[in-house]
Design a protein around this ligand. Sequence first.
Ligand code: DX5
Ligand code: ZN
Length: 228
Amino acid sequence: MKRHCKIAPSILSADFTRLGEEVKAVEAAGADMIHFDVMDGHFVPNISIGIPVLESLRKVTRLPLDVHLMIEHPERFIEAFAKAGADLISVHVEACSDIEATLRLIRRCGVRASAAVNPETDARRALQVADQLDMILVMSVHPGFGGQAFIPESLDKLRLVRNELDQRGLHHVDLEVDGGIKVDNVAAAAAAGANILVSGSGIFAAQSYAEVIAQMRQRLAAVELLTN
Ligand code: DX5
Ligand code: ZN
């Protein structure tokens, strides 16, 4: 199965005083999509950005907007995020009372649907609804903050999810890994089955976004050769 890996900078680590410029800068540096973290202070112990910010960023980039909802009852806000320009919406299985209904709602809004699982959550909860998914998001840190260390057990989870997707012929379902991704571990995450690599501090803390993205691509290219 030919696998092309994508790099999704998480703007949680960008300079918020110049967010539009930061998004344009990672686009020019070769990013494939923009990862947009929404936190409500309930599902995670932090608050970040929301609908008006997404709407503003939609105007400054052509890249797909990958919206990661770390919020309770995400069904209440799907339509608003869709209208604001989301191309893909991830909801956490832990936060949904009816995950299937929420995924249907996302798709009805014309947006690609994804289920996210926290580090302590059994990935089978996302795999159970894999038929209705465009992507599964495996959290490789406890959600809520950028700049945390990658949890090594996440590699086993990625392998488990990728194997099951392959076995079921669900090759179109993307597998995203989010948290603690840096140049050093992109290859391990991709070899374990991830094809969308989110990186916040790994990219925005770098002097040159183009350089760090190129380094990531170089590491990923080696894995892509092996998996193709
Ligand atoms: C964590 C967020 C991540 C975060 C990743 O709650 O979901 O997207 O921004 O940041 P890094 O790459 O710094 O771990
Ligand atoms: Zn995220």
